[in-house]
Every structure is written in C-alpha cells, then in structure tokens.
Design a binder for this molecule. Sequence first.
Ligand SMILES: [Zn+2]
Length: 221
Amino acid sequence: MIYELPIKSTFYQFIVAFIALDFLEYVYHVLMHKVKRLWMFHLVHHSDRVVDTSTVLQEHPFETAIRLTFLVLWVFVTGAGFWMVLARQFIQVISNVFAHANFRLPEKIDRMIGTVLITPNLHHVHHHYQQPYTDSNYGDVLSIWDHIFGTFRRLEASKVVFGVDTCMDTRENAVFKQLLIIPFSGYRSPLEQTQTPAAVGQEQYEGLYQEEPPTPTAITA
Ligand SMILES: [Zn+2]
C-alpha cells in the first residue's frame, strides 16, 4: 500500500507508514480491552500496582505472541518496508518507556504535548484501576486517535490509583506464577462504583480481596 501511493519521497513514505501503523496499534489496544478473551491476557499488564518503566515488561507471554501476530498483520496491511517497521519499533520503545516512567510533566507542557503524543500523565490515566479511565488513552505513540475517537480522558494525578479493579490483591498481581494463571481463571466483571477506593477508602477496599494480610512467604511463593 505505502509504495503504491503517489509519494516519491522516502521520508514522506515513512511518515505515512508511521501514522498508519500507529493507528493500527491503537486498534490493537482497543481490541485487547474490548474483547473479553484478549482482555484477560492484557489485564496482566494493567495489574501492576506501581507503574514505572518496569511495567513495560509486565506482559503475559501469550499477549506477546498475540501482539507480534497483529504486528505481522499490520505490516502486511500497510506494506511498510522492513527499515520502516524497525525505525517505528525503535521510536515506539522509547515512547512506551517514557509513557510508563515514574514522573509527570508540568500541566501546561503536558497539555501541549498531549495534543499529539502520549505522555506519562496520559498513560497513567490509562493505568487507573477503575472504568472509564482504564478504557481511555489507548494511543501508542500518538494521542490523536484518542482525540478523534472520543477515548481521550484526563484525571488529576492525586486521584490516579494504579492497578485494575478486578485484580488488586498483591498475593496475585505480585507473584509471577499467579500472573501467568490469571487469564485462565475466568472473566471477572468490573466492580460496581460503590466498591471502589473512592467510595469505601483504599484500606477497606483492599480488604474486599484480602481476608488476611499477605505474608512475605505468600509473596515469594
Ligand atoms: Zn491497556
């Protein structure tokens, strides 16, 4: 597709390929949230209670396989050349590390950059434990798709609670073996608004999942 367009400049061909692939990555991310079977794998990434650069690596191996399969499909659909895909992947890795980083841009700068790019501030909202924020800011490198398709949201930093409401128990989301099992343990519906930290307080909320406090043995088991 890319090489059939009436564009002679290699640079502009790359820009078109980059934007097309970024849109398809947005579609991929929406599918991972909206298709229940796929979400059960993707929630492993969302279950991290402390979002930082290491969160990029918290991904179920099945999701890695699904992601790579989709990437091959997107390359086939766009007809992007090998070097274009490689260059985009390089930019994507930097962008993803930046988006998960444990810092926030000053509000004014974030509002400027966030018009086009996914910032840590915006991606942190995506990692908020509760809907509708979990299903927002799906953008990979560009945030324009969220603006266009109405999935763009902001939330004050002080109100962001990392995690996913159906998997807040650290005995589950901090244990490697348990993380691998989560996708096979059945679909869990998002909690009612009344069962949230905002409604009952974080401590009591944790109690909804933990009859006993986790012990060091439980965490390292
Ligand atoms: Zn996600």
